[in-house]
Every structure is written in C-alpha cells, then in structure tokens.
Design a protein around this ligand. Sequence first.
Ligand SMILES: [Zn+2]
Length: 259
Amino acid sequence: MITVLQILFVLVLIIIIILFVFRPKRTENFALPEHYPDLLNDYVKFYANLHEEEKKKFETRVQKFLSGVKITGVQAEVEDLDRVLIGAAAIIPVYFIRDWEYINLREILVYPGNFNMDFDQHGNTRTISGMVGTGALQNVMILTKWELRQGFINSNSHRNTGIHEFIHLIDKMDGTFDGVPEILLERRYVAQWKQLLQETISKMRRGESDIDMYGATSTVECFSVISEYFFEQPDLFAQNHSELNEMLERIFIKKNIPS
Ligand SMILES: [Zn+2]
C-alpha cells in the first residue's frame, strides 16, 4: 500500500529532477590554450604590432571576452585558432575604449562555410559569410570558419569578416542599426558622419573608390566595410581616405582631432 510518505518522496524527487534539468547554465570560464599568444602573433597583425605591455593587455581582454560568450560549432569543429581569432576580432575595434563590453552578444554560431538567409548551409544561395541576428536570433552572431580565418590569413586584403560583424554589434548598441555608432561618436559629429557616409557611397557607385563595393549597399554596410579597411590596412586607408580616417580615429581611437 502506498503511504503518504512514499507519495511525498516521489514528489520531492520529481521536483529535484525538474530543478536539475532547468537549472541556469553558467558560461564556463574559458581557459585559453598556453600557446595562444603565439597564435595571436602569427595570425593577428594588429596584435603583432603592439608593444609587449600592450600585448598583455590585449591578451587579457581576449580572455575576458571569450569567458563571457558561448561559441558553438554548427557542423563545424571550433578549434583553438577559431576561438582566438574570434576574440581578436572582438577586441581590435574596441581596444582603445576602456571598459567596453558587448552587452548585446550572448552566443556565436560557427558554420563551416557560407550560408543563406534561412541558415541552410546547402543549396545554391550560399552567399552570406557572417551576420548579427535579429528577432529570435537577437544577441547571436553567426560566423563562418572559412571566412573568419581568411580575414586574418590574407594580410594584404582590406577585408575581415570577424571585425565586420563586431562593427555591426557596435553600431546596434545605441538601439538603431544605421551606420552611426552614437555610443562612440560625439553628438556634434553625427551630421558630418552621416553626410560623409553618403558621399562615400556615391563615390563608390561612380567607381571612384578602392573600398569594397559591398559597402555601397547601405550606410550600415558602409560603416562596417570601411572599418574593416581602417583596421586591416591602416596606412593605406589613411593615405587614400584622410577624411574618413579622421572620423574613424574619433570613433575608435578617441583621438582629439581639432575640428
Ligand atoms: Zn554586414
């Protein structure tokens, strides 16, 4: 015969199981591999050009960033190199900004190759190499392992998909996704920046620019594409685009440039 005590015991057991299954999952404190400064030196030009003391600061920030974000491979193995490159892509744009945190990022999905808008990795429309999510995918970034690595391996290119997607996150941080990072750009420069973006897009459409044409799609893409170029080829960018360079220095480096 089942006693009240036995029923209570079963109930408590069920409650314990439910609590265990639905317990909040903590992000594991990610330990970077011992050789990760070597990976940074070999693959990340921005890091390799820093002084020793600054390198330590960069490493600490990469470590902190990777400890707070979940990285999940989708039919792709996420290797140490991928983690380190994701960390570098996150820190490069905000390296000069103290106490920066990507509060709008929870998880990064890593796909092996390009995907289409339905996140199907097969089919003929495999054109997207990275994106920041909206709607159900809010606070999620998608990167492809191939493009992430290419951005760092190809040191002569203006392009870096990882940096591109993190610039989108910075742009979105103020609540509007418009190519104007109001969280970093002083209010008095906003109108000038908007005008400069439009002028840049017009120049590109006239074929008078060496900026990747993808940037002519919209002001959002323009901001990300020129920022990739600014961080990947700083000398060439400063030489070819002095006005844009000044504004990006105001945004990312917080240089006090006389107006
Ligand atoms: Zn984009």
